[in-house]
Write a protein that binds this ligand. Sequence first.
Ligand code: FES
Ligand code: FE2
Length: 344
Amino acid sequence: MAEPNFLLQDIWYFALPGQELKPGTMRAKSLLDQPVLLGRTAAGEVFALRDICPHRGIPLSCGRFDGREVECRYHGWRFDQGGTCTAIPSLVAEQQMDVSRIKVRRYPVREVQGNVWIWMGEGEPAMEPPRVPHFADGRGANMVLSMEFPCFQDHAVIGLMDPAHGPYVHKSWFWRSERTMHEKAKAFGPAPFGFVMKRHRPSSNSAAYKILGGAPETEIRFQLPGIRIEHIQVGRHHVCNLTTVTPLGPMATEVTNQMYWTMGWASAAKPLLRPFAAKFLRQDRDVVVMQQQGLRHDPSLMLIKDADTQARWYYQLKNEWVRAREEGREFRNPVKDVTLRWRS
Ligand code: FES
Ligand SMILES: [Fe+2]
């Protein structure tokens, strides 16, 4: 089943954790193969501009930022956080020119739950960025892990939602192995711009869940363009795992995993948790790196029932996103309520 490689437009992408942008600083980042300048004003507001000076094309990120305006490295033109030109130093008094008519493209951004989201598209956002449940907007994640996968976005997304790779890719004493494989049946249904694995008791062979104590209940949501939100509830406590897949370029995809938790002891255990979480993510990355060796030859691929049904939905959702926009109509979720079965 060959799928053309395309990226969705007019949708929120995770840009970076807000803590990586200190007040008065800026940072260059490629997003969807577009050069983007991300900055935070001295007053704390985050903004994003196309990282190309409209005068002679040098990246604006090569210049200076005083916490209010970006000054181009080449001829010192200045731009405010909205991308409007405020000064052209070379103009003499008689050279009347309305500099404010010169604009750099501005990308809408929002900062929620410690994360900067960027609207990659034309016009203003038509929706709110994704949020994890049960945590306030002003509250950031307790643990952030980020890794670059050298592949097209789809392979990173599918790799993360794939239920059958666990016993092979994440084989380790603390997680699971082939020996503990058993049949699973999970109820799924449509969710906004995606699907949900409905609230359930997680499988008994996941030792990591046992660490939490009690009988946890889990719900996992996926939504376009590549957002996975796992919500685990144990008694009065909540753990959310936010995984975002952001295409940097055609063959570079950033996978960021963030954990939010309400238990105080988990923060104390962070130095222990971190290496495990990093190992887990690295295992996903390693297998994608190996996969690239085969994909270079452009083989035809398969998606089988039911283990690859979520991957099929992902492609259907992507296609529907594009079609709905082309036809100027509401998004119609192609996912139906169903129980999927597989062994893992
Ligand atoms: S290239 Fe930026 S001011 Fe000239
Ligand atoms: Fe995985």
